[in-house]
Design a protein around this ligand. Sequence first.
Ligand code: SAM
Length: 511
Amino acid sequence: MKRASPRNLFYGDCLDILQSGQIGRESVDMIYLDPPFNSKAKYNVIFGRGEDRAQTEAFRDLWTWNAEDEDSFARVAQGDDRKLTAAIEGFRQILGPTGMLSYLLYMGERLLLLRDVLKPGGSLYLHCDPTASHYLKILLDAVFDARHISNEIIWCFRGGGVPRRAFARKHNVIFFYSKGKAKAFNPQYMEYSDASKKLVESRGGVSIDNTARDLERGAHMTDWWADINSLQTWSPERLGYDTQKPLALLERMIRASSNEGDVVLDPFCGCGTTVDAAENLGRRWIGVDISYLAIDLIQHRLADRYGKKLLEKIRVSGIPTDLAGAEHLARRTLYNITGSEPQDLDAAWQMATRAGARGEKHGKNAGRFEFQRWACSLIDAVPNDREIGDDGVDGILLWPDREGANPLRGAVQVKSGAIRPDDVRALGNQLNGAYEAAILIGLREAGGDTIRRICARKGNWTHAWTGKRYPRLQVWSAEAHFQGKRPDMPQPIVPYTKAARAALGKQKPML
Ligand SMILES: C[S@@+](CC[C@H](N)C(=O)[O-])C[C@H]1O[C@@H](n2cnc3c(N)ncnc32)[C@H](O)[C@@H]1O
């Protein structure tokens, strides 16, 4: 970072962000990472509640061995870090060229870079589950040295989902390492059991070994945590991001391994639990995520929790701030679909978005909808994955009708190539009973009399609540957004679940 900002959000692959030097060497006091676990699952974001509930894939945790992995294997094998090389070569002998090896390579490369940005003595907490924890511990030993593990924390939780032929899998593993000799640690305390309390009270404040016990302060916290449950569907803290972790869990680690004003980094920050906890505890923070939905949701979360004004104090990098940035995102999205650099954006978009093409997976994190999601977020539309087959609607707008009534719906389609009259006609043909109106979002402004005529022919609709009239069909663009223009429509309902306001007085204001 050129000028250190106390609050930083980066949209992108943490490998690229770490390699770019945007996070200074040895500038971070504590890292918490909750990366994909190789769980072979897809994770969603849930938008809205009740009948308007919709879900969209946020990220995938599916791993297969492919040509790119041979390149990263060669890179690591020829790299300077002999211990990491040895670990990866050993894994290859055990696992062969498999999805697990691909995952471990991915993690190994990122852990090396994380070590570089961590201050000497700083702490790293890696959160995972037993799918890969045994391998990840070896990776951490290789990167941080086996002598520098402080704890293997077992986080126990309850909840549904029980396998038929095994014990219920109800714990995660959090490895706590330091870079070199660990800096000071702030001990955390937990309540004594009722039996211990009774015993100590009956013995006038001492335990069976005659040493004093401070019942008010509590007992030194152990390395197995069963007092914080995972977020259940009904939990008020839940924001609809499938892998969201409880704030209490993050607050415990942040309190233990950092102090006010310290820098906390989460390179896989999801819906922002770490940055929320860090904000609340007066730490500086850096969050990185490859999913636009995550970055967008975090900004809504922080605005709900700490007030909209906080957004002005957050430096967000990687999100388009001008037309060139939007075009770059469109190109990156196409790369994620096709696996090759698009020469002609228009032709590439036509080809890539043909039926079926979007179902293909390229790379680790598909990222095939990033441009569409960004474009939808500009007007608060709920993004919609085409995989569910809905005739090319990329997003849904929800407008309040009357008090208590189901919202009215608008269809959004996104295109980064040129917008042709046929595209506008095709979207217009979808205007049926399900949608009041439709908006086609392009990269650049699409003028032209033909397009204007096609839109005008569809006429207007009247928003019964306000009595105002709006066009049924319109074309809007990223270019118009950067010129400060909005589509002609009622104010949509914000699609994310609202986060509860943070408890006042806990946080110490930073800058
Ligand atoms: C398990 S979730 C983290 C959840 C988070 N702890 C929370 O409480 O919300 C993992 C996150 O890593 C992100 N991710 C996956 N690959 C990434 C990468 N290469 N760089 C940055 N983020 C990535 C995913 O988009 C996802 O949001």
